[in-house]
Design a binder for this molecule. Structure first.
Ligand code: PA5
Length: 419
């Protein structure tokens, strides 16, 4: 379902690539057996009861809320925003707002202002329940809910996605009788978008989560025996690194994919950036960024390779209008679909950058729809795990993210933390 292409011949021979891909294949089973490998079989064995409860809660939210404030950060935030925005945003009554993904007071105020007098609910998403950013935001929005709907009314509008058995948020949810969904123990935050972590917001946005899971399952079937094209991508990333290309730029031509890029950056950055190793994940949205980053891509330091995410299908219905005057000299494009011009720009960019010394890879999705996104999510998750194992690091831990927290707690005077 997801196609991968790379003209790798300048980097490695076909035989060597085959050999290296073959040695990567056993990493699929290693990921599957890992304590944090629950995402590998998730598209087939997800909790169907919880899935039905997620849909029912989404229906409830659509019936009583103009806004759903999703509170979470990192893996408890980026996945659902990526999917919702990539698919063009909300389709029904309820608009999704995001909070607790920074410590910006201005950001919080902006969300509060946007809600105004409208009806809203909250989905607080935190495995630990003690992550500072979402915990602060949750206090703020819980108070707003209580002020507006009273204690009991507020509790009915809080959906908590957290650990099944323990943690501050779990304990509060039990005490207050919130509707709860589970962050599975065997799936880390950045691999969790297709669980209760991401699915409630996505369903509340009116997006078909069955089709999203179907797409992921289709891709799982394609990759599960030997990693398929995900293994090729994983190996070639490492080949690039060995040849001195230590920055990967994910490039696509759809502005709606900005948060998908952010999700991808977390996935690869947090999975590989450890033990002084890793490919630095960066991203661009073209053609916008061709007018800002294009110069660097074409002629800057030759340490980056580029992975284009492309859409195979054509989007029609937005042609270039005709003009008899032709003052802008654009008449040669009269009647031509804007999307087809975009596809030409994509090819031209790939070719120009390759000629400028940037190794280029292509990941092609059939369509911008739920199935394709489900498949793309799974493709990247599998590629990331295989790539990290190839690199020699654990794809599923993130020991480095604690350092700033410890120092922040010391400075804030959190009990138990000394300056
Ligand atoms: O990927 C991860 O594990 C992290 O990004 C976490 O999701 C993030 O730090 C939020 O943690 P929590 O869900 O415990 O609030």
């Amino acid at each position: 379902m997801i196609d991968f292409k790379c003209d790798f011949r300048k980097l490695i021979s076909a035989e060597e690539l085959d050999e290296r891909v073959a040695t990567t294949r056993h990493f699929v089973a290693r990921a599957q057996q890992d304590d944090f490998g629950g995402w590998v079989d998730l598209p087939t064995n997800y909790d169907k009861d919880e899935f039905a409860r997620i849909k029912a809660s989404a229906t409830q939210i659509n019936s009583d809320s103009d806004y759903l404030v999703c509170i979470g950060i990192g893996g408890s935030y980026l996945g659902h925003r990526a999917v919702i925005e990539a698919l063009g945003g909300e389709r029904g009554r309820t608009k999704i707002l995001y909070a607790g993904n920074s410590l910006s007071a201005r950001g919080l105020e902006k969300v509060i202002k946007q809600i105004g007098d409208a009806d809203f609910s909250v989905n607080v998403i935190s495995k630990s329940g003690t992550t500072t950013e979402p915990a602060v935001a949750f206090r703020v929005f819980k108070k707003l809910l209580i002020d507006k709907y009273g204690e009991e009314g507020a509790a009915k509008r809080i959906y908590a996605t957290t650990d099944a058995n323990k943690g501050a948020l779990h304990d509060e949810a039990v005490a207050k009788d919130y509707v709860t969904f589970v962050v599975p123990d065997n799936i880390g935050g950045r691999y969790s978008v297709l669980t209760g972590v991401g699915l409630l917001a996505i369903a509340a946005a009116g997006i078909d989560i069955d089709r999203l899971m179907d797409g992921a399952e289709e891709e799982r079937t394609a990759l599960i025996s030997d990693g398929g094209k995900a293994a090729e991508y994983a190996v070639l990333r490492n080949v690039m690194l060995e040849k001195g290309y230590d920055i990967e730029v994910l490039a696509n031509f759809e502005p709606n994919f900005m948060y998908f890029n952010e999700w991808w950056k977390q996935l690869f950055g947090e999975s590989e950036g450890k033990e002084n190793k890793g490919i630095f994940p960066a991203s661009v949205i073209y053609s916008t960024d061709l007018h800002s980053m294009g110069q660097y891509m074409q002629e800057g330091r030759r340490a980056l390779f580029e992975t284009f995410v492309e859409v195979a299908s054509d989007y029609t219905g937005v042609p270039v209008p005709s003009s008899d005057e032709n003052l802008d000299g654009l008449q040669y494009l009269e009647g031509r679909e804007v999307d087809s011009i975009c596809k030409v720009a994509t090819q031209a960019t790939r070719e120009a950058h390759a000629a400028g010394g940037v190794p280029v890879m292509r990941i092609i999705i059939p369509e911008v729809d739920e199935r394709s996104l489900g498949a793309l999510i799974y493709f990247f998750e599998m590629s990331c795990a295989l790539s990290a194992f190839t690199l020699g690091v654990n794809p599923f831990n993130q020991p480095g993210v604690e350092a700033y927290k410890t120092r922040m707690f010391e400075l804030l005077g959190k009990p138990g933390y000394n300056k």
